[in-house]
Design a protein around this ligand. Structure first.
Ligand code: ZN
Length: 82
């Protein structure tokens, strides 16, 4: 299983290699280049599936058929503390 995925920011093009958690999906990601808050595209479970070079570990393990995408995604927080 591949645990490192390179996320490419759709806003500024910055590519950053990140280590993915194996037990959870990362729903939000702060771009290291422009600071934009990335969130998954519709139908994707996490930012790695949407913007990374490698899909998240649960997708790799299940062949992409089942994932946390079947669960209710966390509600986007309208009031980001930053
Ligand atoms: Zn960016």
């Amino acid at each position: 299983m591949i645990l490192e995925s390179t996320i490419t920011c759709p806003a500024c093009g910055t590519a950053e290699t990140e280590t993915m958690p194996t037990d959870a999906c990362q729903f939000f990601y702060d771009c290291t280049g422009c600071g934009v808050l990335l969130r998954p595209k519709p139908g994707d479970c996490c930012v790695f599936c949407s913007y990374g070079t490698v899909p998240c570990p649960p997708v790799q393990a299940e062949g992409g058929l089942t994932c946390c995408r079947a669960a209710t995604p966390p509600a986007p927080s309208p009031a980001d503390p930053r």
